[in-house]
Design a protein around this ligand. Structure first.
Ligand SMILES: *Cc1c(COP(=O)(O)O)cnc(C)c1O
Length: 362
C-alpha cells in the first residue's frame, strides 16, 4: 500500500502513527475484548480516555485553570449558533461584533444575527478576503457581548499574525484550521472553538475552550445540548457523545506530545510553509493569492500565472500521489492544506513537482 499526500482542507490527513494505533486496538481496547466504539460513554475506560484528552490538551495548549474544555456536537459551524446562544445575552444590549475575514466569518455572523444585533467591524470582502482586515478595538461599544474572529482562514490562506486586544469584551475565535498548530496565549480569548477534522481528529465534533465566567449566560431558549454549561457541568457527557472522535483526538494529542509539543510542531509548520512560499515567490510561473503579511502556515493558496494549465497541473499532481490540491471555488487556483500531520516530505514532493511542471511548460 502506498499512502498519498493528502492536501485536502478537511477532513484532512491524520498522522499515520495515530491511525495505526487506532487500528491495532480497534477490536480489543485495553484487553477488554471489545472495541472503544462498543463501550459505554460512562464506562471507567472511556472516563480515562476523556480525562487523558483534557490533560493532554491542557498541557499542550497551556490552558489556564479558569478555562473548561468541552466536546460539543455538530462540528465547527454548529458553534456559529452555539456562541451567540451562549454569549450574546451576556449584556442586555445583545450586541456582538464580527470581523469578516472570510466566508466562515460571514456565515458565523449570519447565524448570530438570528439572536441579536450584529455589527461587522471590518471586512476584506472587497479584495476577496486576501488579507485580515484592520480594525480598531478601541472603537468597540462597551455594551458589546463579544467579538468574533476566525484565526486562520482556511479557504483564503490567511491568518491573524497578532490577535487584537479587545479589553473587557470577550474575544471568540474560530480556530478550526489551526488549533494546536502554533502557540497561542489562551488567556487572550473568552472562547476558542475548533472542529476536529483539520488538525485534531475525525469530523462532526468541536472542541471548545471557554473561560468559566462566560458560562451561564445562555438565552433561555437555548437547546440544552447547545448550552455550554450543560457540557461543563456534565463533562460533555449529558448524552451519548461521539466517543470515537474523542478517543481519536486523544491519540492525536499523544502524538503531538511525542513530537515535542507545540514548540516543535510550530517550528516544523513554519518551515513547511516557508518551503512552499519560497517556491511560489521565486518563480514567475506561480503567484500567491494571500497578502504576504497575512499568509497562513496551514493553507497555502496560489495560482498559475497561466490559469489554462490548472487542470493539467492538478491531474499530473494526482498521478504522483499529491491529492486534493484544487483551490476552493471562491478563490480558484491551488490550495495546499498542510496541517500538523502533513510531513515535510509531502511539502518537498509538491515543491519538486511544481518546479518540474514549470520546466516542462515554459
Ligand atoms: C472547516 C472549517 C469550518 C467548518 O467546519 P464544520 O465542522 O464543517 O462545520 C468552520 N470554520 C473554519 C475556520 C473551518 O476551517
Amino acid at each position: 500500500m502506498t499512502r498519498i499526500f493528502n492536501f485536502g482542507a478537511g477532513p484532512a490527513m491524520l498522522p499515520t502513527a495515530v491511525m495505526e494505533k487506532a487500528q491495532q486496538e480497534f477490536l480489543d481496547y485495553n484487553n477488554m475484548g471489545a472495541s472503544v466504539i462498543e463501550i459505554s460513554h460512562r464506562s471507567k475506560e472511556f472516563d480515562a480516555i476523556i480525562n487523558e484528552a483534557d490533560a493532554l490538551l491542557t498541557e499542550l495548549a497551556s490552558i489556564p485553570e479558569n478555562y473548561k474544555i468541552l466536546y460539543v456536537h455538530g462540528g465547527a459551524q454548529m458553534q456559529f449558533s452555539a456562541v451567540p446562544l451562549n454569549l450574546i445575552n451576556r449584556l442586555p444590549a445583545r450586541k456582538a461584533a464580527y470581523v469578516e475575514s472570510g466566508n466562515f466569518a460571514k456565515l458565523a455572523a449570519k447565524e448570530a444575527a438570528r439572536y441579536g444585533n450584529i455589527t461587522t467591524l471590518a471586512s476584506s470582502e472587497a479584495t476577496n478576503y486576501n488579507c485580515i482586515p484592520a480594525f480598531d478595538a478601541a472603537a468597540l461599544d462597551a455594551d458589546t457581548s463579544y467579538v468574533h474572529i476566525t484565526s486562520n482562514n482556511t479557504i483564503y490562506g490567511t491568518r491573524w499574525q497578532q490577535f487584537p486586544d479587545t479589553g473587557e469584551i470577550p474575544l471568540v475565535a474560530d480556530m478550526t484550521s489551526e488549533l494546536l498548530s502554533r502557540k497561542i496565549d489562551i488567556s487572550k480569548f473568552g472562547i476558542i472553538f475548533a472542529g476536529l477534522q483539520k488538525n485534531l481528529g475525525p469530523a462532526g465534533l468541536a472542541c471548545v475552550i471557554i473561560r468559566d465566567d462566560l458560562l451561564g449566560h445562555a438565552l433561555p431558549e437555548t437547546p440544552s445540548l447547545l448550552n455550554y454549561k450543560t457540557y461543563a457541568d456534565q463533562h460533555s457527557l449529558a448524552n451519548t457523545n461521539n466517543t470515537f472522535a474523542i478517543y481519536m483526538m486523544k491519540l492525536v494529542l499523544e502524538w503531538l506530545r511525542d513530537q515535542g509539543g507545540l514548540d516543535a510542531i510550530e517550528a516544523q509548520n513554519e518551515s513547511k510553509a516557508a518551503l512552499l512560499y519560497a517556491a511560489i515567490d521565486n518563480s514567475p510561473f506561480y503567484q500567491g493569492t494571500a497578502h504576504i503579511d497575512h499568509r497562513s502556515a496551514m493553507n497555502v493558496t496560489f495560482n498559475l500565472t497561466n490559469p489554462d494549465l490548472l487542470d493539467e497541473f492538478l491531474s499530473q499532481a494526482l498521478a504522483r500521489g499529491l491529492y486534493a490540491l484544487k483551490g476552493h471555488r471562491n478563490v480558484g487556483g491551488i490550495r495546499a492544506s498542510i496541517y500538523n500531520a502533513m510531513p515535510r516530505e509531502g511539502c518537498q514532493a509538491l515543491v519538486d513537482f511544481m518546479q518540474e511542471f514549470e520546466k516542462n511548460n515554459t
